[in-house]
Design a protein around this ligand. Sequence first.
Ligand code: CDP
Length: 261
Amino acid sequence: MSCDLPLTPTLSPQAGRGSEQNPSPRASGEREGAAQREGEGQRPFVVAIDGPAASGKGTLARRLAERFGLAHLDTGALYRATALLVLDAAGDPANPVAAETAARRVDPRLLADPRLRADAVASAASMVAAIPEVRRALLGLQRDFATHPPASARGAILDGRDIGAVVCPGADVKLFITASTETRAARRVKELREHGAPAIYENVLQDLNERDARDSGRRAAPLTVAHDAHIIDTTTLDADVVFERACALVARALEEKEWQQ
Ligand code: CDP
């Protein structure tokens, strides 16, 4: 089953079929399609992927979305967008009032801003993410996406830190993707260099350690392994092996769901 709480019918960061590059407000026809799906008693199929920074969950989520026809939401982008709005206004990301105000202004169109990928924004994102009011402000948007994916999609896939435990506790499949800090730092360095950004391994490692500590140690929705999540440690696995394992889990859950309906 999918998320079970009522949702605010607001703009949805529609990323249909794995593309998060060009989110846009959902068209009314799609809402009708979703309403029809609900009218027929079909809950959308939901995949929740959680894991620490640079564990590869984003890439995995995009590939799964494409393989299974699921709409994908990178929930980290919502926290990054909140952080960017605070930084743009020369505010303090640790200030609850500034951060909550920014979170309420997050618009799906912001999610395509390339500045979201900057390290400074990632750091500020983990600060705003520790503020309970920010998490509450972004919860409706995430649940709305999960329960009302575009009609063209078979369901939704969300990746983040608290999807399986808080945002979508009823998700059909929960994956927890992890890897050693050193492996994650090396992957992040490679990714940054591929994008032409200078990256020093020691600095990236330190940044990841700090972010891990903040994400795991905060009181509001810390990074958690949901009790029913499949844990995949990717330290010694290449991305294709991880993808195939995840595909097998998703395919099995889809079959079970279709069989039940
Ligand atoms: O891509 P990466 O794993 O580096 O980070 P991200 O997924 O874009 O998330 C940026 C920050 O947002 C994280 O360090 C978390 O603090 C926060 N976040 C969160 O608290 N809950 C989520 N569901 C997603 C991200």
